[in-house]
Design a protein around this ligand. Structure first.
Ligand SMILES: [Zn+2]
Length: 235
């Protein structure tokens, strides 16, 4: 069920006409430590009090990142490398303080956490490891609250304008595909990872896709406390 729902979200979000549809191989459910679930829920409760019950505006969005370890290759254990962006995010969730530290020096709306509802845009930020063609996109839950809508690049932003909780970069002038920017760690949590492969230049004939069951990363490793992973240096 989860596989169907998340793969449909991923496939429906694949918007770039010039990019061939990828092959989804596996989908993992992220089992977060309790304290990360609790702080996210507290943030949503705060938004509901502040904006009214319709003002939480929770969505599932995509975040592409580099894959360097074997996570997703048939194993579900997080690695211990402090340079592994993917495993760092899955251990600590996203951190605003790490914005741009993975080499994305251009930050269209300032130093926040960037996501998109367009999976093929998140794909631009993925990188496969040397030993595999499989890439990973994180599907994240975000509590957008009230979004300030921006059509133009505004790099000087350090937080949403007063009265808003997030930035929504909209299509029209500087953007071809949307992006959501969060400025608080507790406004976003990784929910799933999608392991997929870009099609090769010569497209294979369509074939019925097997329907693997969603798997869950080993709780013994995904519940690693943030203190033990504080050595993570990049995001
Ligand atoms: Zn790793």
């Amino acid at each position: 069920m989860i596989f169907e729902q998340v793969s449909r979200l991923f496939e429906d979000g694949w918007k770039h006409p010039e990019k061939k549809r990828p092959k989804i191989k596996r989908i993992y459910v992220i089992d977060l430590p309790d304290h990360l679930n609790e702080s996210y829920q507290e943030y949503k409760d705060m938004l509901a009090r502040q904006n009214g019950s319709s003002g939480v505006n929770e969505q599932l969005v995509f975040h592409g990142t580099t894959r360097t370890c074997s996570l997703g290759e048939d194993i579900s254990d997080l690695c211990e490398k402090v340079t592994c962006i993917l495993c760092c995010i899955l251990k600590t969730s996203f951190l605003v303080s790490k914005s741009g530290s993975a080499g994305r020096t251009f930050k269209r709306f300032g130093p926040g956490i960037y996501t998109s509802s367009v999976s093929s845009k998140a794909d631009d930020y993925t990188q496969a490891p040397w030993f595999s063609d499989d890439r990973i996109i994180i599907v994240a839950r975000v509590a957008l609250g009230k979004s300030s809508i921006h059509y133009r690049t505004t790099e000087y932003l350090t937080e949403p304008p007063i009265g808003y909780d997030s930035i929504l970069g909209e299509v029209g002038i500087n953007l071809n595909y949307n992006e959501q920017v969060l400025f608080k760690d507790e406004a976003i949590r990784p929910a799933y990872i999608v392991v997929y492969e870009r099609p090769t230049a010569a497209p294979a004939p369509p074939a019925p896709r097997p329907a693997p069951q969603p798997t869950r990363p080993n709780p013994a490793t995904t519940t690693t406390s943030s203190s033990s992973s504080s050595g993570c240096t990049i995001m």
